[in-house]
Design a protein around this ligand. Structure first.
Ligand code: PNW
Length: 456
């Protein structure tokens, strides 16, 4: 295959999230988050797995950073655990929680690895959920206060700040289908959460900007929504609806200063959108410097009267939209491997929402550890093929003019894969959960080469 070079200064890295890797659930004043509660609720997470220990990264971060350096990572995206920093959500800041991230940022600096900090990767303090969580407008304000506290400690060394990771998941999986924490199933709550998450982003952006943050971003998981039949008008209408629910309802207020009309009408079928107050849209549209995109698979839909819709994730698709079961190569999550979807989604955003640089803040695949070499190493050729395909797709988008600044693989380590617990492995580094031993997989060695060549 053709050799491909990426632009000079292209950012190569890996991503993780606090609850998925840190463990140390009770250390140094951390309070429970909604994921501690949810993972203890019978039937919610595979075999009752929790993040209590996870990869024990909290106690092993030095070694983990050394491993990142060995792999040649230029950037590392991690999230800060809100319940470590402001354990009860509204009370005093906990300096011991900040100390951990202080040490982490210092060890990254020693190795020349650029930190990319995500402020919210789904671990809301439980005390805030007890007051309604993201359905309560005050949560947005508390988020901005928490963001300010983190910036005050790390702002002298961290240049890139991401407010939220995938608000679509927080709102629709957390409050719509309930397959993620806090496990609520209520379409009105899901839409209320969408707005308060975006408001939290806007308020935090205003606070970070005032404090002097250099690069402010948000990470979305836009869908590449495709029609089952490109000539069908019913399928086109289904695409429009799902695109509205997953893409435009976030992108328009962030980058076009207002919610799309069709989405406001759609939301009003479930809840009176009185939670959108005067001035909110202006706050949410505060300029950002970078847009993070997470991509895993495309979404194929058809317009079909009487269709089941899905499990409540996309309110209002019941009886209208059929989500097609993926056919083709699948990952261990059952997700479709179709790298062209990444090119499409990058081009679409660059075209419809021009002017903001993009970064792929997550991309990767879960694959079982069945293939082993003689000495027991993980020979994850399927993951290499996945990553190779998506990097080619990203390169294609760049060559068509998309301003793509970097690529972060999900994930550095095998980790707590939310409702799937530890049974799904996304890492380029294998974790043996009994011994906490880390072993780079073949994909890690492959990625190391890609980084050193700045291409494929
Ligand atoms: C993302 N979906 O989650 C998250 O940002 C990561 O924490 C996670 O480990 C990774 O992708 C792999 O799952 C998603 O159902 C979870 O469409 C679910 C969906 C999408 C993204």
């Amino acid at each position: 295959m053709k050799a491909l070079r990426f632009p000079e200064n292209f950012v190569w890295g890996a991503a993780t999230a606090a609850y998925q890797i840190e463990g140390a659930a009770h250390d140094d004043g951390r309070a429970p988050s909604i994921w501690d509660t949810f993972s203890r609720t019978p039937g919610k997470v595979f075999q009752g797995h929790t993040g209590d220990v996870a990869c024990d990264h909290y106690h092993r971060h030095r070694d983990d950073v050394a491993l990142m350096a060995e792999l040649g990572l230029r950037a590392y995206r991690f999230s800060v655990a809100w319940p470590r920093i402001r354990p009860d959500g509204t009370g005093p800041v906990n300096p011991r929680g900040l100390d951990f991230y202080d040490r982490l940022v210092d060890s990254l600096a020693e190795r020349g690895i650029d930190p990319i900090v995500t402020l919210y990767h789904w671990d809301l303090p439980q005390t805030l959920e007890d007051r309604g969580g993201w359905t309560n407008r005050e949560t947005a304000e508390h988020f901005a206060e928490y963001a300010t506290a983190v910036y005050a400690r790390l702002g002298d060394r961290v240049r890139t700040w991401t407010t939220l990771n995938e608000p679509w998941c927080s709102a629709y999986l957390g409050y719509g289908s309930g397959v993620h924490a806090p496990g609520v199933r209520n379409p009105g709550a899901a839409f209320t959460a969408v707005h308060h998450l975006l408001l939290g982003h806007g308020l935090a952006t205003r606070a970070l900007r005032a404090a002097g943050a250099e690069t402010i971003s948000i990470t979305l998981n836009p869908a590449d929504v495709q029609p089952a039949d490109p000539t069908s008008a019913a399928d086109a209408a289904a695409v429009r609806l799902v695109d509205g629910l997953q893409n435009r309802i976030f992108l328009d207020p962030l980058l076009r200063a207002g919610y799309p009309e069709d989405m406001l009408e759609h939301v009003a079928r479930f809840v009176e959108p009185t939670f959108v107050r005067d001035g909110d849209e202006k706050l949410i549209a505060a300029p950002i410097d970078l847009l993070g995109l997470n991509f895993y698979q495309p979404t194929y839909v058809a317009g079909r009267p009487g269709a089941d819709g899905d499990d409540g994730t996309y309110p209002g698709t019941e009886g209208v939209v059929e989500f097609l079961p993926p056919t083709g190569t699948l990952t261990d999550m059952g997700w479709l491997v179709e790298p062209a979807g990444l090119t499409r989604v990058l081009e679409r955003i660059a075209t419809d929402y021009p002017g903001v640089p993009l970064m792929i803040t997550e991309n990767g695949g879960a694959f079982p550890d069945t293939a082993r070499t003689e000495d027991g190493q993980v020979a994850d050729d399927d993951r290499i093929a996945y990553l190779d395909g998506h990097l080619r797709a990203a390169h294609e988008a760049i060559s068509r003019g998309v301003d793509l600044r970097g690529y972060l693989v999900w994930s550095l380590l095998d980790n707590f894969e939310w409702a799937e617990g530890y049974r799904k492995r996304f890492g380029i580094v294998h974790v043996d959960y009994l011994t906490q031993r880390r072993t780079p997989k073949a994909s890690a060695r492959w990625y190391q080469e890609v980084i050193s060549r700045n291409g494929l």
